[in-house]
Design a protein around this ligand. Structure first.
Ligand SMILES: Nc1ncnc2c1ncn2[C@@H]1O[C@H](COP(=O)(O)OP(=O)(O)OP(=O)(O)O)[C@@H](O)[C@H]1O
Length: 273
């Protein structure tokens, strides 16, 4: 189950490209990160992958087949590929939380008992079981976002695209999203994620594409991409704090907070008082 993008260019208007000559291969990692400043083309890329937008030129291959845009092909694509849009309002169609999550499952003919179980499981996973009987418009932005993520979890897609999944979420909900992403990854689900939170991206992604004004400015394994400070700054982004510590304090490069503490304890940089 894989996307490959060859020379994708997308133009909303005649003379300006939102994406220019993009080449990507999502077999390069389990959790693929797309980073770039506002307007760099991340959402446009996701909409091309979902078949919502059609490339102006170039091609998108899914399982070695060129994406097709008739109803049946898109229906099949969306059984395998789920998306959580940046704006949860774009994603929520039904007035009741339960029906909203159940909708896509009903659409593919899942029986009501199974739907009931999946809706419960998905809401538990996003820490939102209390919302199950609520009308969607009673919920806050962050709560709606969690419902949108629950819908994708319930669908058990093979690839999940997450466009800014933690924007507007409080720290507890953000941690919950990290756990969800790790759970999906452990189930063998491929994640493609965009976020402005470089600490989050550094923690969860294993392969990164850097977008700048619609072009790929750099790509590579997460730790290799994030140590190139000049590139990251040029792309309008900032270094993750663990990379800053590595650069400014001449400490080794740690991939997670715990490793830093272990190192400090071993090297008696932390005293027990
Ligand atoms: N509907 C549209 N019509 C015309 N231009 C658009 C449209 N949507 C986006 N663009 C332009 O395409 C470019 C890429 O936008 P896109 O939304 O993909 O960026 P992004 O990286 O997702 O940004 P953000 O971080 O702000 O979400 C921008 O220059 C934007 O102005």
């Amino acid at each position: 189950m894989m996307f490959k993008i060859n020379n994708l260019t997308y133009k909303y208007e005649k003379n300006t490209s939102a994406l220019t000559n993009i080449n990507m291969d999502f077999s390069k990692g389990d959790v693929i990160g797309i980073i770039g400043s506002n307007g760099s083309g991340k959402s446009t890329l996701f909409m091309n992958l979902m078949g919502i937008l059609k490339p102006t030129s170039g091609e998108i291959l899914f399982n070695d087949n060129k994406l097709k845009y008739d109803k049946k092909s898109l229906y099949n694509l969306r059984k395998d590929v789920g998306i959580v849009f940046q704006d949860p309002e774009k994603q929520i169609f039904y007035s009741m939380v339960y029906d909203d999550i159940a909708f896509a499952l009903r659409n593919i003919g899942v029986d009501e008992d199974t739907i009931n179980r999946k809706v419960h499981e998905a809401l538990l996973a996003v820490n939102g079981i209390d919302f199950i009987k609520k009308p969607v418009h009673f919920l806050s932005y962050g709560q709606k976002k969690r419902i949108a993520i629950a819908s994708v979890i319930a669908m058990e897609n093979k690839i999940v695209l997450l466009d800014e999944p933690t924007a507007g979420l409080d720290p507890i909900s953000t941690r919950a999203i990290v756990d969800i992403i790790n759970n999906l990854k452990n189930k063998g689900i491929k994640i493609v994620i965009s976020s402005h939170d470089m600490n989050l991206m550094y923690e969860i992604c294993d392969y990164i594409y850097v977008l700048n004004k619609g072009k790929i400015m750099d790509e590579g394994l997460t730790e290799n991409v994030f140590v190139k400070e000049e590139n990251i700054i040029k792309a309008g982004l900032e270094l993750p704090w663990l990379v800053k510590i590595h650069k400014n304090m001449k400490l080794p490069l740690f991939r997670c907070e715990e490793n830093l503490y272990e190192y400090c304890e071993k090297n008696v940089l932390i005293t027990n008082n």
